[in-house]
Design a protein around this ligand. Structure first.
Ligand code: ZN
Length: 82
């Protein structure tokens, strides 16, 4: 097995908004998909974030970027590990 794990949890967070927008290039997308499979906390986090994005898009009163930033910050603070 030769798995190249070049995507860390922190790296991933930086790409998530593009990932959820479907604007991420295929290579990075594949790395995130792979990371999700190996990292249950990130998988859970991405699901939560995806729901947040859906909710915000459904009622466009708050700008997506600020809602996303808040959600990201909250989740990262809660999930921070050594
Ligand atoms: Zn992770």
């Amino acid at each position: 097995m030769s798995h190249a794990h070049s995507m860390s949890c922190r790296d991933m967070a930086a790409y998530l908004s593009d990932y959820l927008d479907g604007e991420l290039q295929a290579g990075l997308r594949a790395l995130i998909d792979e990371h999700r499979g190996d990292c249950p906390p990130c998988e859970a986090f991405i699901r939560t974030l995806a729901r947040t994005v859906e909710a915000v898009r459904a009622q466009p009163r708050e700008p997506l970027s600020s809602a996303l930033k808040k959600s990201l910050a909250d989740s990262l603070r809660r999930a921070r590990r050594p």
